[in-house]
Design a binder for this molecule. Structure first.
Ligand code: FES
Ligand code: FES
Length: 162
């Protein structure tokens, strides 16, 4: 079957049955997507399908339809070839959000999907959305602040070339 991931088409075997996480991580080398609980609770494995946050550890490959975006595809590439961080990435970087970093791709993919749906969230809405992605290091305060900062940056259309 064909999978479209971060703008590139991949051919993957339909059998044996397995979840999207392991196809991304083990077969396609997109190792930014991490394993946490493996049962759909922690959100660490979050990717986007057609802009929706999806837990890849419990998403059967056979059910995948649409454009997949992983953390490797969250930044964009400008016409001159420079990479432009997504405002969520830029805010997480500026605010030094990660501790161990294990949950961070899931945090950022969830945050980016959330801000697409709710570009002007209240503090409570940010807490409610981001509470669903667990951070064993307890970085929740910085995550909340960085998501709020990203929302502000997106409102003024900022991006940063790297
Ligand atoms: S690893 Fe997928 S939800 Fe925890
Ligand atoms: S930064 Fe360590 S689990 Fe979140």
């Amino acid at each position: 079957m064909k999978l479209r991931i971060n703008g590139t088409e991949y051919d993957v075997a339909e059998e044996p049955p397995r979840t999207l996480l392991w196809v991304l991580h083990d077969e396609l080398g997109l190792i930014g997507t991490k394993y946490g609980c493996g049962v759909g609770i922690c959100g660490i494995c979050t990717v986007q399908i057609d802009g929706e946050a999806v837990r890849s550890c419990v998403t059967p490959l056979s059910k995948v339809e649409g454009e997949i975006r992983t953390i490797e595809g969250l930044a964009t590439v400008a016409d001159d070839g420079t990479r432009v961080l997504h405002p969520v990435q830029q805010a997480f970087l500026e605010d030094q959000v990660p501790q161990c970093g294990w949950c961070m791709s899931g945090q950022m993919m969830a945050a980016a999907a959330f801000l697409e749906q709710n570009p002007t969230p209240s503090e409570e809405e940010i807490i409610d959305a981001m509470n669903r992605v667990y951070c064993r290091c307890g970085c929740y305060h910085r995550i909340k602040g960085a998501v709020a900062k990203a929302a502000e940056q997106m409102a003024v259309g900022e991006g940063t070339a790297v």
